[in-house]
Write a protein that binds this ligand. Structure first.
Ligand code: 5AD
Ligand code: SF4
Length: 436
């Protein structure tokens, strides 16, 4: 009995697929990467932009011939796209060969759905309208990708940025209890994981939905970073409106906290930020960046940008461009605005032409490439803490907390942390030597 799970979208989904794997393995299934070989195929879907939805629909269509060849094959579609308004019906209508459809609020029921399908052979369509608390005790089969383990800290989002479908498909914010998170982290450290990435749509609002005022993100970070062992804590994503100086000082103080901060700005124009309902200004954001760099001079700061939001003028775009030049990010993830039905921005007039969006994203990507190259050159002489991965023909490959690969001219022990100094940037690769 074999299974395959294909994940679309973000880290939240990657981790949820680990839970789906855990449930299947507890039923006796084992993982395969061969579609022809599988008894269960799961697509864990995303609906953040239209492009990804179209890709998923194409991928589901391609399963038809597998089902024809093997009528006992179980095909399950779950995640954000199944949860989005009307999509379950659409999938069922377009692809009647799909067996199980469920949403984001009931993934813990997957095991039951498979058992039900096996015993009754009837179709199961179960998309819950609302979130119903947090379900602990779900089996997890972790991927162990570069020794990283994902840990959920809060689910859902209350922000309703006007372009975003997430609050509609993931429900309101719910925080896990600190003790549950800490216990999970302890267990993972004992199992030998070197990175623990705390996950939330907005980690900075962790605890806001719980009564105890001492439960907040800064305290959670302190508790995690005070655990025994050789590991690093990472976290994502931070919302600029909620990132406090207390959190930044905590990150600066504890060596086990990674200095990587993903802080999506979305746009550099105050008019667009207002229309996006982001609840901060360009000026406030720039102050945050200075505050971060004051406390953590070696912080690695990355961002998300949307180009072509309704009404974005050339001047608005130039504001975004100049902001990127001013902040000089270590990483920029730029997206073309995609209309999502049900969101406020979808109903706005002044939707932007696709060609204009393409031109703007191209300009931003060029800018970000140039800055990355400059920063790589400037990094020569700087020190970093990295984890050893494997020996290669370029030297021993190591990885920074931000996922950057660097080559060290020494023999190292895999899966251990080392301090290095960057010595050279050549052929788009960074080289380093060990330091103490
Ligand atoms: N169109 C384009 N990009 C979007 N994002 C969220 N919604 C949309 C949309 N409708 C981007 C934001 C967010 C990232 C995860 O995806 O930049 O930070
Ligand atoms: Fe979407 Fe905004 Fe929530 Fe992020 S904070 S998930 S962009 S609504």
């Amino acid at each position: 009995m074999k299974y395959i799970i294909k994940t679309f979208g973000c880290q939240m989904n990657v981790h949820e697929s680990e839970k789906l794997s855990g449930m299947l393995e507890s039923l006796g299934y084992t993982n395969t990467d061969n579609y022809n070989d599988s008894d269960v195929i799961v697509f864990n879907t995303c609906c953040i932009r239209d492009g990804v939805e179209q890709k998923i629909l194409g991928n589901i269509g391609a399963l038809k011939k597998l089902k024809k060849k093997n009528p006992n094959l179980i095909i399950a579609i779950c995640g954000c796209m199944s949860q989005a308004d009307g999509r379950a019906d659409l999938i069922l209508k377009k692809f009647p060969f799909v067996d199980i459809i469920f949403g984001t609020h009931n993934i813990h029921k997957f095991k039951e759905y498979v058992q039900q399908k096996l015993s009754t052979n009837s179709k199961i369509i179960d998309v819950w309208e609302k979130e119903e608390g947090i379900f602990e005790d779900v089996e997890i089969k972790r991927d162990n990708f570069f020794s990283n383990a994902w840990v959920n800290i809060n689910f859902g989002c209350n922000n309703f940025c006007t372009y975003c479908i997430v609050p509609y498909v993931r429900g309101r914010e719910r925080s896990r209890l600190p003790q549950d998170i800490i216990n999970e982290c302890k267990q993972l450290i004992a199992e030998g994981y070197k990175y623990i990435t705390l996950l939330g749509q907005n980690v900075n609002s962790y605890g806001n939905d719980l009564d105890d005022p001492n439960i907040n993100f800064a305290n959670l970070l302190k508790d995690c970073a005070s655990l025994d062992g050789d590991f690093r804590i990472k976290f994502m994503t931070s919302h600029p409106k909620d990132l406090s100086e207390d959190v930044v000082k905590t990150i600066a103080t504890y060596p086990k906290l990674s200095k990587v901060i993903h802080l999506p700005i979305q746009s550099g124009s105050n008019d667009i930020l207002k229309s996006m309902n982001r609840k901060y200004t360009r000026e406030h954001y720039l102050e945050l960046i200075s505050m971060i760099r004051k406390h953590i001079p070696n912080a690695y700061i990355s961002t998300d940008i949307i180009v072509g939001f309704p009404g974005e003028t050339e001047k608005d775009f130039l504001d975004t461009y100049s902001l990127i030049e001013e902040v000089r990010y270590d990483g920029v993830f730029a997206f073309m605005y995609s209309r999502r039905s049900g969101t406020v921005a979808d109903k706005m007039e002044n939707q932007i032409d696709e060609e204009v969006k393409k031109d703007r994203i191209h300009k931003l990507l060029e800018l970000s490439k140039r800055i990355t190259k400059e920063k790589n050159k400037e990094s020569i002489g700087s020190n970093m803490n990295v984890i050893a991965i494997e020996n290669t023909s370029d030297g021993y490959k190591v990885m920074s907390d931000s996922g950057k690969t660097i080559f060290v001219d020494d023999s190292l022990e895999p899966n251990k942390f080392y301090n290095i100094q960057i010595t050279k940037f050549a052929c788009n690769k960074l080289f380093a030597k060990l330091v103490n």
